[in-house]
Design a protein around this ligand. Structure first.
Ligand code: GLY
Length: 353
């Protein structure tokens, strides 16, 4: 997989012009959703490098991350004369960068694209690492390809207009990066004041977080081994997210990941000795900022069923990424149904829900 260039922007206009210059093209497209068309496009559409760009707009939110929206993007590209030498800029959160990346990577067998993530979640996770795709048949990211953007431009200025819940959602992925990296980075993330956000300090944490993800992706772009570290919290987290959706009370991805981290660190403690004090400190931070996803024991089987769809599973065995310590990653750790039920019990008791 080609290495993508990740730029922490100090001047988006210049950085974008340079990124576009590096991709000779005949036509330029910019993909936005209804939200980023209103809030973010006005910040870049007057740039000289964007003057010729043709805008394609899609519905906002995960419900639009589907095959109908994909067909709409392909159709707009085709109707507006896109060729294999065209270039697309995806301006938005993870839904836009995932779907836009997939549309670009499949149109005429693949055109180049640039990501400009506008949410914290997209900056530290979705837009980096080349995973693209859409939801299908009720399953998240079921169809897609690994295909990196040419460049990812990260400008934390966009975060100033992001609501607190969405900041927290992205922050859960940063916490995950802290757990898989160093005790120092994990500790500074737990210390960060989420109630009084210092955006300059956040920018420095974002840069570190992206670096951690980039290092892992470079070692294992196609998730054959160590990239599974990035799934910490996601086996249970995705099940929470799917159950919440089924119950018509959707939750933000990062919230589900934070709650999943609680379960999976507890299992890490039991199975591979993750220290109890670090489990307690992480749980405390999550409980304070993310609250609790409420469910009862009648829903355990449904959660288990969702976990059986996890992409890390092998021959019907549910596999987890666990931590022996902060930074000590243990991939491919199988869990029995009883162990999963025990994790869910622990979660409900310790989170008080
Ligand atoms: N979001 C996890 C990964 O990119 O591998």
């Amino acid at each position: 997989m080609n290495k993508q260039e990740i730029i922490i922007c100090h001047n988006l206009n210049e950085n974008l012009a340079q990124a576009i210059d590096r991709c000779p093209h005949d036509k330029l497209f910019v993909l936005v959703d209804e939200c980023t068309r209103q809030l973010c496009l006005p910040l870049i559409e007057h740039f000289t490098c964007m003057k010729e760009a043709i805008t394609i707009c899609i519905g906002a939110g995960d419900i639009h991350k589907n095959v109908e929206t994909l067909v709409h993007v392909w159709t707009e590209l085709g109707n507006n004369g896109a060729t294999r030498h065209s270039l697309m800029v995806n301006l938005g959160g993870g839904m836009v960068t995932d779907l836009g990346g997939f549309a670009a990577s499949t149109f005429k067998r693949g055109i180049k694209y640039i990501n400009i993530p506008t949410t914290l979640l997209a900056m530290v996770d979705a837009s980096v690492g080349g995973k693209t795709g859409i939801n299908f048949n009720g399953l998240k990211n079921e169809i897609g390809v690994f295909s990196p953007a040419e460049s990812v431009l990260i400008d934390t200025e966009f975060l100033k207009s992001l609501d607190k819940n969405n900041i927290l959602s992205g922050y859960a992925e940063m916490l995950k990066h802290g757990l898989i990296s160093t005790t120092e980075h994990w500790a500074e993330l737990l210390k960060f004041d989420m109630n009084e956000i210092d955006y300059k300090a956040l920018q420095a944490l974002v840069a570190k977080s992206v670096q951690i993800k980039e290092n892992i992706v470079e070692q294992d772009p196609f998730e054959k081994g160590i990239r599974k570290a990035l799934n910490l919290g996601h086996t249970v987290g995705h099940a929470f997210e799917s159950l919440a959706l089924e119950m018509n009370r959707p939750v933000l991805h990062g919230y589900a990941v934070a709650w999943g981290i609680v379960c999976e660190l507890y299992f890490s403690h039991l199975k591979v000795g993750f220290p109890k004090d670090k489990l307690r400190q992480t749980l405390q931070f999550i409980k304070e900022h993310y609250g609790c996803f409420v469910f009862d024991c009648k829903q355990y089987d449904r959660l288990y069923e969702f976990m059986t769809h996890d992409k890390k599973n092998n021959a019907g065995i549910i596999n987890f990424t666990l931590m022996g310590e902060v930074g000590d990653i243990r991939i491919n750790q199988a869990a029995t149904k009883e162990e999963i039920m025990d994790m869910l019990d622990f979660y409900r008791e310790s989170m008080g829900c």
